[in-house]
Design a binder for this molecule. Structure first.
Ligand code: UDP
Ligand code: MG
Length: 140
């Protein structure tokens, strides 16, 4: 089993799609081991996406991620990060495969409904960014 971090982004929460997206995630056999609702600040969103600091979309991304509450979720599955990236699809919903969450729900490359970690190392770091170990449940 491995873990990955998902975030239901502010567009997902605002458009009342959180339930539907979580249902998709559960139907794909991911187990939820941690979940909360948070409102990111400019500082916390900026730190989370620090790797993109020099990119032209960074300011807009921070703006968007602080525009409303979001829902970080820790997911468990075999090959969790790869499997979750497959389930959400490409960053730009126009390029995302049919049946993926971004293809079916996202409105733009920026407002794309959901985040998914892109490596085991980043999953570990991103989970620690939002959750302490005692906020994660033991499923067995
Ligand atoms: N993003 C954007 N414009 C771009 C690329 C990315 O607004 O041209 C935003 C988008 O919300 C994306 C996030 O920045 O999900 C992080 O970008 P990344 O390339 O890491 O995409 P992801 O890993 O989320 O697919
Ligand atoms: Mg990324």
């Amino acid at each position: 089993m491995s873990r990955t971090l998902a975030i239901l982004k502010p567009d997902c929460v605002k458009r009342n799609l959180a339930g539907e997206v979580i249902a998709r995630i559960q139907k794909a056999n991911f187990k939820i081991v941690g979940l909360k609702m948070v409102r990111l600040t400019k500082e916390t969103a900026g730190e989370f996406y620090a790797v993109h600091k020099e990119r032209p979309f960074y300011a807009g991304l921070v703006e968007f991620m602080t525009s409303g509450p979001c829902v970080p979720i820790v997911l468990e599955k075999e090959d969790a990060f790869e499997e979750f990236r497959k389930l959400i699809g490409a960053t730009d919903p126009k390029e995302a495969a049919a049946g993926t969450i971004r293809r079916d729900f996202a409105e733009s490359k920026g407002e794309n409904i959901v985040h998914g970690s892109d490596s085991p190392e980043n999953a570990e770091r991103e989970i620690g960014f939002f959750f302490s170990e005692r906020e994660l449940v033991e499923l067995k």
